[in-house]
Design a protein around this ligand. Structure first.
Ligand SMILES: Nc1ncnc2c1ncn2[C@@H]1O[C@H](COP(=O)(O)OP(=O)(O)OP(=O)(O)O)[C@@H](O)[C@H]1O
Length: 308
């Protein structure tokens, strides 16, 4: 059976506050799946439900088709980084991993292997209490990798990491996915996943907003927009707006034009004597795609509430 993470019609409330509502999605192996949504959208709650740290009020959260609590030697089935501070500060890094390994029938040598893999071999005998946030994140990742599980979940893994650490995480996630594992990584920053995720599960207010491949999402919002780089920005904006285009400012010397083909933009600017340095098809960033998606979600939520 292929490894998987699956959430089926899950609802979870905390004393009347709805954290997750009617949420369903499946995470496939061999890809990095980004799990995105604004703060409070329900990402951590969903991950906790998948790990059996909380029980859903309704629905099921499954690892390889089973509830976490029913898994034998669970660390060999699913690894997770949820909270970098989950390690007791007085515990030494290696001892922490050994304790976890022994509780799951995992060979001691794995503790050394994963410490090496995350770059913590030199501090294996130091207490976690003296670690920086970045080092604690790495220790949490080592713990997730300990049982060599086919399913991995990381909640905001780049928190506290420096730029080198962020690049390292991206490469690690890609490598884990290319080994055929299920990799779910949450972030509230869409841009962070731009070069990392193959697919996205987007949630807002505990509900699914989109479950999509990254290229499809980008294509759906890129529309027919043209980017114009010009030293005469305001003149260009006037000419193009007068011709019926929607024009938005992009950068110091750039505008994004919607509603006119590139060839017509070029001839309009030429006829008006407005110089431009570059004219190219605008490719939306993941951040822009996300803004568009969540705008839709807010409208949907409002309409939905009105209908009740
Ligand atoms: N243990 C809890 N007790 C009470 N409310 C909770 C609990 N856990 C989560 N919530 C609430 O559920 C909602 C979803 O929170 P959750 O932490 O899952 O969101 P998130 O998407 O992970 O956000 P962030 O990006 O800030 O981590 C929030 O309104 C939060 O306040």
């Amino acid at each position: 059976m292929e490894p998987s993470l699956e959430v089926r019609d899950v609802r979870k409330t905390y004393r009347g506050v709805v954290a997750v509502d009617g949420l369903s999605f499946t995470v496939r192996p061999g890809e990095v799946t980004g799990f995105v949504g604004p703060n409070g959208a329900g990402k951590s709650t969903t991950m906790r439900l998948l790990l059996g740290l909380d029980a859903p009020d309704h629905g099921e959260a499954l690892v390889d088709g089973s509830r976490y609590g029913t898994l034998d030697r669970p660390l060999t089935r699913v690894g997770a980084l949820l909270d970098a501070d989950a390690v007791h500060p007085s515990r030494r890094a290696r001892d922490h991993l050994l304790w976890m390994a022994r509780s799951n029938g995992i060979a001691d040598r794995r503790a050394d292997e994963v410490l090496d893999q995350v770059g913590l071999a030199a501090v294996a005998h130091k207490r976690a209490g003296g670690f920086s946030l970045g080092m604690r994140q790495r220790l949490g990742i080592a713990a997730a990798l300990l049982g060599d599980p086919p399913v991995l979940m990381f909640d905001e893994p780049t928190n506290g990491l420096d730029p080198d650490g962020i690049v390292w995480i991206r490469l690690l996630l890609r490598a884990l996915a290319s080994q055929g594992r299920v990799v779910l990584v949450s972030s509230h920053l869409m841009g962070e996943l731009q070069d990392t995720a193959d697919r996205l599960v987007v949630i807002g207010r505990g509900r699914l907003v989109a479950e999509t491949a990254v290229p499809d999402l980008l294509a759906s919002v890129s529309r027919d927009q043209v980017e114009v780089v010009t030293p005469q920005r305001s003149e260009a904006m006037t000419v193009l707006a007068n011709a019926g285009a929607t024009v938005t400012v992009q950068a110091a010397d750039g505008i994004v034009v919607e509603g006119l083909p590139g060839s017509e933009i070029a001839s309009l600017l030429g006829a008006a004597g407005v110089t431009f340095v570059e004219l190219r098809r605008h490719r939306a960033s993941l951040e822009e795609a996300y803004m568009e998606l969540t705008r839709g979600a807010v409208e949907f939520a409002t309409a939905d509430e009105d209908a009740r």
